[in-house]
Ligand binder design. Structure first.
Ligand code: HSE
Length: 370
């Protein structure tokens, strides 16, 4: 029976992965072994049957006896353990949610509803490292796979509205702490029907600018505001998050030799775990909008076309509607004033599901089914 190691299963992405695996009955047919960096000997997750105590996630000898390693532990762990395992001649499959190995020529970025052919070719050619993509990239591709597959995409500009979850668990809590402070400073005014909106604004703006406002993790107010900067700067003037949009999309689509330009501004907003994107697609020809609807809507079972009208948009095309689900609604779809080759699209997706855990879960199934 194949042996599969799980590392980082207790963190945010890991626990969403565990939840999905339990939901889908994914713990059957192989021997799972759970590892920990901090609680060796402790109790693993409840997967419906007895499992051994937690093993040491730095025990490379034990890890090297595993057929598959699934890591949601983060980049530092991958940087340390992955080379050690390979130096020992380990030949197993490494499935990772961290970005460390994504652009490695010997790895494949996994998003099987979009690039199953690339994954299958990789498996056949002996590639053993499979990495989940950047959340924004994966969500954009889940939404627009049908359009990319048509071969008519000339370039894409994606302006993002990224949730706190992409920055981490502490950031999600900090966002709500910030909201709490704003609610508290405005509470009396909100209870007074005679108070003005301007008075509420003065109170919350003062709180946001106060030194006591909780900004330890975001380094800036997010609640009641936004942060148009995600990750570190690149020489191009992009942030690393913006750079990933281009390099990872082309790697996933296997278009690196003739890359599709993709660029935009990535912005953190006060959503909890759904990233949204306002996208402009430049096509290489005028394709009728009905055909575009069909291309996008028929690409996979998770895309949900939202008619370009107010009621459906408010009901279906928001983080509040999508959070915790695998749905990828695509709406605000129309031709733009710039010309018939320009299409606007708005899409929303759960950053922890399709943006992180789900491609990893599905990759494990693909390997186990071989
Ligand atoms: N880098 C992303 C973000 C999440 O900060 O929202 C990880 O893909």
């Amino acid at each position: 029976m194949l042996k599969v190691a799980f590392i980082g299963w207790r963190g945010m992405v890991g626990s969403v992965l565990m939840g999905r695996m339990i939901e889908e009955g994914d713990f059957a047919g192989y021997e799972p072994l759970f590892f920990s960096t901090s609680n060796v000997g402790g109790k693993g997750p409840d997967v419906g049957f007895d499992i051994p105590p937690l093993q040491d996630a730095y025990d490379v000898k034990l890890l090297s006896s595993m057929d598959v390693i699934v890591s949601c532990q983060g980049g530092d762990y991958t940087k340390r353990v992955y080379p050690e395992l390979h130096n020992m001649g380990w030949q197993g499959y490494w499935i990772d949610s961290a970005s460390t190995l994504r652009m490695d020529p010997d790895s494949i970025i996994v998003l099987d509803p979009v690039n199953r052919h690339v994954i299958d070719a990789g498996l056949s050619s002996g590639i053993r490292t499979y990495v989940g993509g950047n959340c924004t990239v994966s969500l954009m591709l889940m939404a627009l796979a049908g359009l990319f597959a048509s071969g008519h995409v000339k370039w894409v500009s994606s302006m993002t509205y990224q949730a706190a979850s992409g920055a981490g668990a502490n950031n999600m809590k900090e966002l709500i702490s910030q909201m709490r402070v704003l609610g508290q400073v405005a509470a009396d005014l909100l209870d007074d029907p005679a108070s003005t909106a301007i008075a509420v604004d003065v109170a919350v703006t003062k709180a946001m600018r106060s030194e006591n406002f909780p900004t330890k993790y975001f380094s800036a107010p997010l609640a009641g505001s936004l942060i148009p900067w995600i990750d570190v700067p690149m020489d191009s003037g992009q942030t690393r998050e913006e750079w990933k949009g281009y390099v990872e999309t082309n790697k996933i689509l296997n278009t690196e030799k003739n890359p599709i330009p993709i660029d935009g501004i990535c912005v953190r907003i006060g959503a909890m775990r759904c990233h949204s994107q306002a996208i402009v697609v430049r096509l290489d020809k005028d394709i009728p909008i009905d055909e575009i609807y069909d291309m996008i809507g028929n690409a996979n079972e998770w895309v949900d076309i939202v008619p370009n009208e107010k009621e459906s948009t408010l009901k279906h095309l928001s983080p509040a509607a999508v959070s915790g689900t695998l749905k990828v609604p695509v709406g605000r779809l129309r031709k733009m004033l710039m010309g018939p080759e320009y299409v606007s699209v708005f899409t929303v997706g759960d950053q922890l599901l399709w943006g992180a855990a789900e491609p990893v879960r599905r990759m494990l199934k693909i390997i186990l089914a071989r």
